[in-house]
Design a protein around this ligand. Structure first.
Ligand code: ATP
Ligand code: MG
Length: 907
């Protein structure tokens, strides 16, 4: 039975039992604390925890999940994928254990002809929590599983909680016995790969207290309303129903594996047994490739892009591990263009957006592969060298072979090797990595980069204080700023140094929370509002920054200018209108530039980030190559043409489906709830957005793009000015041009040619001046030579050429003088001068002088010591320099003296 059919039957079965069918949430569910959704219940957690009441009594879903914790299991067990789908049925205070067990039994064992999965009853096992007699009895009553296949297990396996105080309860897992060729007899406690867990039923019946670990906490008592959360692994069920050896061989995964085998010329499975424990290493690699490709496809589909932090890092790690696995298997060409289309083709039936967004998705993946392949070979060489050195060191008794943390860091920083990849590669060569050292270096780097950002975003890493303020309000803070910039509100929280206080005085730096506010909190690329909040008691607060540290709460970072801020007091909150308007204009302009870039480059040019500030913005987008200047000016012209049309800017709230149908630009399902806000500039640019905007495009006045640059692999950035800032910029440029035309006496369009002409002439003139100066320096040469002195039989010239000479000039003079002095007797020439504000001395000696032991290098050092610098060179010609221009004469005298000393000492 195909995976898509298993999924369809699931939803139909539970819909028939009165469950609301709920679509899968995005893998990056709207929770900043969660890396990825890892279970079907995540989107419903707020209902189970009682934070919100559930809109239905029963629900069912097939949820996309990613479990990064299982990444190392992939390929080695028969049942772990990083991306998988969890089928769930949920009861919110409605049915409990009896129905949950009966439903599961019915669906699993009803024959395939009658719409069920038709599993062989004799292969099914169930586990229950140690003291959950109720569940054990219900299994006996509602299923055909005999008592000896109902097993009791402890807290670690069969008790569930969300890891924090809240609902918890025993669970009951269903296992399928795949048969003796997959492992030992004895049930799930003996072999979890032969007896494979397919479905977990969680019975939420207790309230959990604080605890010290996942399976050690206090149970506070019973819940008033009991709930059910179940999770069945869709792919695991598919592996059973398709009769394959493992989860990588099912219809949604195997074609990618087969393609990888074909590319690398491997015979998949020919050297492996049925059970995963006896697999050939090449087969494990092929499974890793298949899993990671599929998971990467799903992640990019949900808006993740490769990066060095958080979600982006997980994606990068998987893509790079897949690429390297292909290289290990002998395929060093770009592999993803062969594999991604296969994965997309398998998944598009359930997720059509993968097909419509494929050019964007694949471009991101292929760019990552290209980037990695550029550094993979050199990084591998560096790693091999470092490993060899570590091994050589380990030949000394007592020394362990360890790869240094600094080397792992360099591999990460310079070659883009995720640490896990380095660990894996080092382990393959039998050595360890100083992971602590690596993490320390990473942390230092991160701390440096983030010190600034952190202080701005959330004054306190701990959000619990914000949570308690949010709880005391009891509802999300209403944002009134779409309609007005001046609102009445009430002080709902005052924090000083991260602690809730009842009041604050003039001079205090505070974080102020209101029950409603017109102040826009930084978000969606738009900077925060600033402004003033006046209390009815006369106190005045200046707002500098506005952030939303947790969902539904707005915090004004502010200073109390006068009076006393008191909890509960009424206020008038007034946004700085000029700043707001300038930011709003920038935000509208960003949408327009986004649209115009897409018109020029196609829909793959999706947004990758933005910042909307007063009068200026930057916009980042995905593109594989630089934007040609001509395209940039076309985009600018297009945007400015639309400004003049003065299109109305509207914001509407609609469902995601309506938004998609209206052609709005967004990564759907990325981070938006069911209802979304769509901002349209006329009918032209339409985009999901929570920000504030100009009322019509005409208000923008003018948009000036400043340029375009790369900010990382596959991402480009344009920066631009809007409104009066754009005008001021152009006016300044115009004034500069005016000054230039005035000075050069040409028309503006003649400026480039004229300036090029002037620069050319300047170069010629410099060349002439150099030649003349050299002639001048040399002009005195003959009289200097004839005036040479005698130092104990050595002809000596010591000459100060003064300022404005170059070292080259001096060298030319020294050589000229030496040849004038001839080779009949020993001669030493020392010429000095000041080149570019620094003293220089050149020493030249002839052959006889050198036979007499007079070496130029040594004499140059003597001069340099006096000048306060260094010197050296060959025996016949050398140079010394320093810093003290007043010591040139003294230095020459020292050289002369040294010549005397050396000659008398040598004879
Ligand atoms: P296991 O012990 O086999 O890793 P689990 O206890 O982690 O499983 P649950 O957290 O109970 O699994 O998840 C519910 C269901 O989701 C499981 O019964 C299984 O069918 C499926 N599942 C869990 N992890 C994976 C995975 N990495 N790949 C595929 N399916 C999975
Ligand atoms: Mg697990």
């Amino acid at each position: 039975m195909e995976t898509a059919e298993i999924r369809r039957r699931w939803l139909a079965f539970f819909e028939g039992k009165g469950h609301q069918v709920v679509p899968s949430a995005s893998l990056i569910f709207d929770d900043p604390n969660l890396l990825f959704v890892g279970a079907g219940m995540v989107p419903f957690a707020k209902y189970f925890a009682g934070q919100e009441s559930a809109p239905w009594k029963r629900a069912t879903s097939v949820q996309k999940c990613v479990r990064t914790g299982d990444i190392d299991e992939v390929g080695k067990t028969s049942r772990h994928l990083t991306f998988f789908q969890m089928n769930g049925n949920f009861s919110f205070g409605d049915y409990f254990k009896a129905d949950a067990i009966a439903f599961a039994w019915e669906l699993m064992t009803t024959s395939q002809e009658q719409g069920g999965y038709g599993l062989d009853q004799d292969r099914l096992w169930a586990t229950v929590y140690l003291d959950d007699d109720e569940a054990a009895e219900l299994w006996l009553k509602h299923s055909g599983i005999p008592a000896e296949r109902i097993v009791r297990r402890g807290m670690a396996d069969n008790f569930w909680s969300m890891g924090v105080p809240g609902p918890c309860g025993p669970c009951s897992e269903i296992f399928y016995d795949r048969g003796p060729e997959y492992g030992q007899e004895g049930g799930p406690a003996v072999d979890e790969d032969r007896y494979m867990e397919i479905w977990n039923l969680v019975f939420m019946q207790n309230l959990r207290g604080e605890g010290i670990s996942k399976d050690d906490y206090e149970i506070l008592g019973d819940l008033p309303a009991k709930s059910v959360d179940t999770g069945m692994g869709l792919e695991r069920m598919a592996s059973v129903l398709q009769g394959v050896d493992n989860i990588y061989e099912i219809d949604e995964v195997y074609p990618v594996l087969a393609k990888a085998a074909e590319l690398t010329g491997r015979q998949y499975g020919s050297s492996s047994a049925h059970d995963a424990a006896h697999s050939h290493p090449d087969d494990v690699l092929l499974r890793i490739v298949a899993d990671h490709i599929r998971a990467s496809l799903m992640l990019i589909g949900d808006g993740v892009t490769p990066g060095n932090e958080g979600r982006g890092y997980v994606l990068r790690r998987m893509l790079r591990r897949a690429v390297r696995s292909m290289v290990l298997l002998g395929f060093d060409q770009p592999a993803l263009p062969h594999l991604f289309p296969v994965a997309m083709d398998r998944m598009k039936a359930s997720y059509p957006q993968l097909e419509s967004g494929f050019s964007r998705i694949s471009q991101i993946a292929y760019a990552e592969e290209e980037a990695f392949q550029r550094t993979l070979a050199s990084g591998t060489t560096m790693l091999d060298t470092a490993v060899a050195k570590a091994k050589a060191r380990a030949l000394t008794p007592g020394v362990q072979a360890v790869l240094g943390g600094d080397q792992a860091f360099a591999l990460h920083d310079t070659y883009g090797f995720p640490i896990e990849l380095t660990l894996e590669m080092a382990a393959e060569q039998g050595i360890q990595v100083d992971e602590d050292g690596f993490r320390r270096l990473m942390k230092e780097q991160r701390d440096r980069a983030k010190a600034d950002a952190r202080s701005k975003k959330s004054a306190h890493g701990d959000t619990s204080v914000y949570r308690s303020v949010a709880d005391s309000i009891g509802h999300a803070v209403e944002f009134t700023g779409y309609q007005e910039t001046d609102s009445e509100a009430k002080v709902a929280g005052v924090l000083v140094n991260g602690v809730s206080v009842a009041s604050a005085q003039a001079g205090d730096e505070i974080e102020l929370v209101l029950d409603r506010t017109p102040f826009y909190a930084e978000g969606g690329g738009q900077l925060a509002d600033a402004g003033q909040i006046t209390l009815v008691n006369g106190a005045i607060v200046q707002v500098r920054d506005v952030q939303s540290p947790i969902k539904g709460l707005v915090v004004h970072r502010a200073v109390v200018v006068a009076g006393e801020v008191v909890l509960g007091e009424q206020v008038q909150a007034l946004v700085d209108l000029d700043r707001r308007r300038a930011i709003s204009r920038a935000h509208t302009a960003t949408h327009m530039v986004h649209k115009a870039i897409r018109e020029a480059l196609g829909d793959t040019a999706t947004q990758a980030g933005s910042e909307n500030a007063p009068g200026r913005f930057r916009f980042d987008f995905n593109a594989s190559a630089a934007l040609p200047l001509s395209v940039l000016s076309d985009v600018e012209a297009r945007v400015n043409a639309v400004l003049i049309e003065d299109l109305q800017v509207r914001a509407e709230v609609m469902t995601q489906d309506e938004a998609r149908a209206s052609g709005a630009m967004a990564l759907f399902g990325e981070k938006y709830g069911d209802a979304v806000r769509v901002v349209s500039v006329g009918d032209w640019a339409r985009e999901l957005c929570g920000g504030t905007h100009a009322q019509s495009s005409g208000q923008l006045g003018l948009v000036k793009l400043l340029g375009e640059a790369s900010i990382g692999s596959g991402v480009r950035r344009v920066e631009a000015l809007v409104g009066t800032d754009a005008y001021d910029f152009l006016a300044r440029e115009h004034a500069v041009i005016g000054q230039l035309t005035e000075t050069l006496k040409v028309r503006p369009e003649e400026l480039p040619e004229r300036i090029a002409g002037i620069l050319g002439k300047l170069k010629d003139a410099e060349r002439e001046i150099n030649a003349m100066r050299q002639q001048q320096v040399l002009a005195g040469s003959s009289s200097l030579a004839s005036g040479a002195g005698d130092v104990f039989g050595v002809s000596f010239v010591g000459h100060d050429a003064g300022q404005g000479v170059s070292a080259d000039d001096l060298r030319g003079l020294a050589l000229d003088l030496r040849s004038r002095l001839g080779n009949d007797r020993p001669s030493v020439v020392a010429v000095a001068g000041v080149a570019k504000d620094r003293p220089v001395v050149i020493i030249a000696t002839n052959d006889i002088a050198r036979q007499w032991g007079l070496r130029a290098g040594q004499l140059a050092k003597v001069a340099a010591v006096t000048l306060g610098g260094g010197g050296g060179g060959k025996d016949d010609l050398a140079q010394g320099g320093g810093a003290d221009v007043t010591k040139v004469g003294e230095a020459l005298a020292k050289v002369e003296h040294a010549v005397g000393e050396l000659v008398t000492a040598g004879h």
